[in-house]
Write a protein that binds this ligand. Structure first.
Ligand code: RM4
Length: 257
């Protein structure tokens, strides 16, 4: 059991049927929060969401399917959150894709889909969350899951890294726009975390071992490594923190060896 850091709070998390979003959902529930998740509308994701609901407890959980790239999805997620739990206190914009691709051969569709889901999805869903929090007049916390890729390049991620840099910048601007309402906006910057996003990429043992060797903590991250920092940014423990970026990368960024 946690420390009740989110007791009585209601959180909504996008892309949370798997990976980092799922780990954040479990930890926030453990800290006493009601948890609402968005997930891509597919049978597989719906089943994973159902299993998550059983783990968290149906009375504290709601799954709302929807394509996060569409403006109406964020609005629907917020509306259903308020309908079941009465308010929204924390919003985690986590949904994202990273189909690794060679730059010069990348189809336009790959670039456009990545921007639409990662950046447009973050903009529209956090806009809907902020509107609700502003209406409630009780402040709130918005967390954008950016990435170490906001700070460094990726040879097969020319479509993806700009979206992660955009999410970092979005949190900085939302922090300025929403400060007067007591709504804090911060970015989480995961390093190389083993999730479905990079399962194929890290299946290459040579690349995986090379990545592990570059990390001062001498291991790649796992989704649970993001849960604690997310709870910190969601809770009153970070009451004077807004517009900030929290690197969760085992020291990878500072190790240029
Ligand atoms: C991160 C970073 C990792 C990669 C994931 C998909 O931003 O680049 O190395 O595995 O994206």
């Amino acid at each position: 059991m946690g420390y009740n850091l989110l007791q009585g709070k209601t959180v909504a998390i996008t892309g949370a049927a798997t990976g980092i979003g799922r780990s954040i959902a479990v930890k926030m529930a453990d800290e006493g929060a009601n948890v609402v998740i968005n997930h891509f509308p597919s049978e597989e994701q719906a089943q994973l969401a159902k299993e998550l609901g059983k783990e968290i407890g149906e009375d504290k959980f709601l799954a709302v399917p929807g394509d996060i790239s569409k403006p109406e999805t964020g609005k629907d997620l917020v509306a259903k959150t308020v309908e079941k739990f009465g308010e929204l206190n924390v919003f985690v914009s986590n949904a994202g894709i990273c189909p690794f691709a060679e730059f010069t051969e990348m189809p336009a569709e790959t670039y456009l889909k990545t921007v639409e889901i990662n950046l447009n999805g973050a903009f529209f869903s956090t806009q809907a969350a902020a509107k609700q929090m502003k209406l409630q007049g009780k402040g709130g916390s918005i967390i954008g899951v950016s990435s170490i890729s906001a700070l460094v390049g990726g040879g097969f991620q020319t479509h993806y890294t700009p979206t992660k840099a955009g999410i970092l910048s979005l949190m900085q601007s939302e922090a300025v726009a929403l400060g007067e309402y007591g709504i804090r906006c911060n970015a989480l910057l995961p390093g190389t975390i083993r999730t479905g996003l990079n399962e194929e990429d890290l299946a290459n043992d040579e690349k995986r071992v090379a990545m592990e060797k570059r990390v001062p903590l001498q291991r790649l991250g796992v989704p649970d490594d993001l849960a604690g920092p997310a709870v910190f940014l969601a809770s009153d423990m970070s009451q004077y923190v807004t517009g900030a970026q929290v690197l969760v990368d085992g020291g990878l960024f500072v190790n240029l060896q």
